[in-house]
Design a protein around this ligand. Structure first.
Ligand code: AMP
Length: 545
C-alpha cells in the first residue's frame, strides 16, 4: 500500500475543519464578555451582548430585503457604530461589504456603486449630499438606508428608512450560520488605480481573519485594549482592526472626525491604549493648539503607515506619551503587511539612531508569508545591501483575491506568483526593508491615494492646456501634494494663471485630489516623445545634497 500512515482515516470533517472568518470573533466576544462595553460613541455605550443582538437584527433585516450571498452592500459613513456593525452583519449572510472612502466626489461614488453592482446603500446624513448626487446620476440607483447619527453636523436624509428603524425590522434571534467557504468574498474596497478609475480590491474571509489576528499579535492587543478610531474604517476595513479589536473583546471608541480637540480628552477619559493613523494624523496631534493637548497617564500605542513617518514626527509623538510603531501596507493586502519590529538593542541608540531604525518599513507581519525586494523583470532578489533599489513584492494568505471584473490588472499584479506593490525599496542586511520611491503613478497626500493620471485627465480637458504631467511634491504637512506641470496651447501662453488651473481641477474632482502647484513650460521628453516623469520628480526633490 502506498502513501503515508497519515494519509488514512485522518480526513477533514466538520469537527476538525471550519472556514476561517472574522465573524466568529463577535460570536465569541458576546459569549465571553456579554456585559463589557464593546462600542463607545459619544454618550452611547453598546455592550458585546447588544452588539451581537444589533448585528443579528441587521443581518435579518438585510435578508428580509432580499440581500443574500454574493450581493454588495455599500456603506458611506464615518466611524460610527453602524459602520462597525456592517462589518459583521453584511458578511454574516454571505454578502460583501463595500465601504466607500468618504472624501470621494459624487462621480467617483457613482462609479463605485455601479461597478460594484451595489444592492443597498447605507449612508450617513452628513455625507448624503454627495450620495444624493451620485445616485441621481444612476439609471437604477440602489435603495438607501440613512444613518441619522446624533453627532452628525447637518446634512440631510435621503432614504426611505433610517438605520435604527431598519434594525428594528430585523429579528434579534436571527440564526448565525457558520461561514461555508473561507474563500468567499467579504469586502470590496476601491483603491486609486494607476488609471483614472478606481480598482475594486476583493478580500476573502480567511484573509480578513488572519490579518486581524496578525494585528492582535504584532500590535499587542489584549482584552484590556481600548481602541480609538482615528483611522477611517473605510480604509482596508480599518486595516482589519474592525475585526481585531473584537477578537480580543476590547473596546471600540468611535470617532466621526479626526480632530485633536476631541482626540486628547477621549484618550484621557476612555483610557485609550491603541490607535492607528496615517502620519498626517500624528502631525495634527503634535501641532494641536496647546489648550487642546491634555495629559494622560498611560502610554498609547500608535501604529502609523500609509507613508513613512518623518523621524521628527516619531520623536514628537513619543514626547507626548505615545509609542509609535511603523507599518507598511496597501489596500491589496488588507492594510498592514510589514512592521518595523523593534529590537531591544536599538534602545541604546540616540534619538536619531532610533528614529532611523523606526523609519524603515520592516519585516513581514506574522501572518504574511513573505516579502522580498526584487528586480521586477527577473524576479531575482536584490542584494541585501541597503542600497540596491528593487520592487517590493508580497505573498501570502493576506493578499487580495484580485481586482473585481479586471482580470488584466489582476494578472499584472500577480505576475511571477507575487503581489507587485509598485513600491520601490531596498533590503537592509538585517532583513528589514525600506521604501524609497514608487514606480506607480500614485501620489499620497494626507494619507489619501490620488492617481496622477486622474488629475492629468482633468487637466487635459481644460481648453487652454496642451500637455500636462502630475507628480508628487514633498509637503511638510501632507507628506506629498500633487504638483502639475503644464504646457499651454500656443495662443494661451502667458494668458492663464496657475490659480485658474487649480480652481478648474477643484471644480472637476474631489478637492483633496487637485494640484496645489502648477508650473508652466515645456515638459521633458524621451526620444520617443514620452514625458519623463522621473525628471519632474527629481525637480520636486530639489538639487541632490
Ligand atoms: P493604500 O492602498 O491606500 O493603502 O496605499 C498603499 C500605498 O501607500 C503603498 O503602495 C505605498 O505606496 C504607500 N505606503 C503605505 N505604507 C507606507 C509606509 N509605511 N511607508 C511608505 N509608503 C507607504
Amino acid at each position: 500500500m502506498s502513501g503515508s500512515i497519515y494519509d488514512q482515516g485522518l480526513d477533514k470533517n466538520a469537527a476538525n475543519h471550519t472556514a476561517l472568518s472574522p465573524i466568529s470573533f463577535l460570536k465569541r466576544a458576546a459569549t465571553v464578555y456579554p456585559d463589557k462595553v464593546a462600542v463607545v460613541h459619544g454618550e452611547r455605550r453598546i455592550t458585546y451582548a447588544n452588539f451581537h443582538r444589533r448585528v443579528s437584527q441587521f443581518a435579518s433585516a438585510l435578508v428580509k430585503r432580499g440581500i443574500g450571498k454574493g450581493d454588495t452592500v455599500s456603506l458611506f459613513a464615518p466611524n460610527v457604530p453602524a459602520m462597525l456593525e456592517a462589518h459583521y452583519a453584511v458578511p454574516l449572510i454571505g454578502a460583501v461589504l463595500n465601504s466607500i472612502n468618504t472624501r470621494l466626489d459624487a462621480p467617483t461614488v457613482r462609479f463605485i456603486l455601479e461597478h460594484g453592482e451595489s444592492k443597498l446603500v447605507i449612508s450617513d446624513r452628513d455625507l448624503n449630499p454627495v450620495m444624493k448626487e451620485a445616485l441621481a446620476a444612476m439609471d437604477a440607483p440602489p435603495p438607501v438606508v440613512d444613518i441619522d447619527d446624533a453627532l452628525a453636523d447637518g446634512g440631510e436624509l435621503i432614504g426611505a428608512v433610517e438605520y435604527e428603524q431598519f434594525l428594528a425590522e430585523g429579528d434579534a434571534d436571527f440564526a448565525w450560520e457558520a461561514v461555508d467557504d473561507e474563500w468567499r468574498a467579504i469586502a470590496l474596497n476601491y483603491t486609486s488605480g494607476t488609471t483614472g478609475n478606481p480598482k475594486g480590491v476583493v478580500y476573502h474571509h480567511r484573509g480578513a481573519y488572519l490579518n486581524a489576528l496578525g494585528n492582535v499579535i504584532d500590535f499587542g492587543l489584549s482584552p484590556q485594549a481600548v481602541y480609538l478610531w482615528t483611522l477611517p474604517m473605510f480604509h482596508c476595513n480599518g486595516w482589519c482592526y474592525t475585526w481585531a479589536v473584537t477578537a480580543v473583546g476590547g473596546t471600540h471608541v468611535c470617532l466621526r472626525k479626526v480632530d485633536p480637540a476631541l482626540i486628547f480628552p477621549m484618550i484621557r477619559d476612555h483610557g485609550v491604549t491603541h490607535m492607528c493613523g496615517a502620519p498626517i494624523v500624528l502631525t495634527m496631534l503634535i501641532n494641536a493648539p496647546k489648550d487642546v493637548i491634555c495629559d494622560f497617564p498611560q502610554t498609547v500605542e500608535c501604529a502609523t503607515g500609509g507613508a513613512a513617518p518623518p523621524s521628527a514626527v516619531i520623536a514628537g509623538m513619543e514626547r507626548m506619551g505615545f509609542h509609535v510603531t511603523h507599518l507598511y501596507g496597501m489596500t491589496e493586502c488588507y492594510g498592514p503587511s510589514t512592521i518595523c519590529a523593534w529590537q531591544d538593542a536599538w534602545d541604546a541608540l540616540d534619538l536619531e539612531g532610533r528614529a532611523g531604525k523606526a523609519a524603515r518599513q520592516g519585516v513581514n507581519m506574522v501572518t504574511l508569508e513573505g516579502q522580498r525586494i526584487v528586480d521586477p523583470e527577473t524576479m531575482a532578489d536584490t542584494p541585501a545591501d541597503g542600497e540596491t533599489i528593487g520592487e517590493l513584492v508580497l505573498r501570502g494568505n493576506t493578499v487580495m483575491r484580485g481586482y473585481l471584473k479586471n482580470p488584466d490588472a489582476t494578472d499584472a499584479a500577480f505576475q511571477g506568483g507575487w503581489l507587485h506593490t509598485g513600491d520601490l525599496g531596498v533590503m537592509h542586511p538585517d532583513g528589514y526593508i525600506e521604501i524609497k520611491d514608487r514606480s506607480k503613478d500614485i501620489i499620497i497626500t494626507g494619507g489619501e491615494n490620488v492617481s496622477s493620471l486622474e488629475i492629468e485627465e482633468v487637466l487635459y480637458k481644460h481648453p487652454d492646456v496642451m500637455e500636462a504631467a502630475v507628480v508628487a511634491a514633498p509637503h511638510e504637512k501632507w507628506g506629498e501634494t500633487p504638483s502639475a506641470y503644464v504646457t499651454l496651447k500656443p495662443d494661451s501662453e502667458g494668458q492663464v494663471a496657475a490659480q485658474t488651473i487649480i480652481d478648474y481641477c477643484r471644480d472637476h474632482m474631489a478637492h483633496f485630489k487637485a494640484p496645489t502647484k502648477v508650473t508652466f513650460g515645456p515638459l521633458p521628453k524621451t526620444a520617443t516623445g514620452k514625458i519623463q516623469k522621473f525628471a519632474l520628480r527629481d525637480r520636486e526633490k530639489g538639487p541632490a545634497a
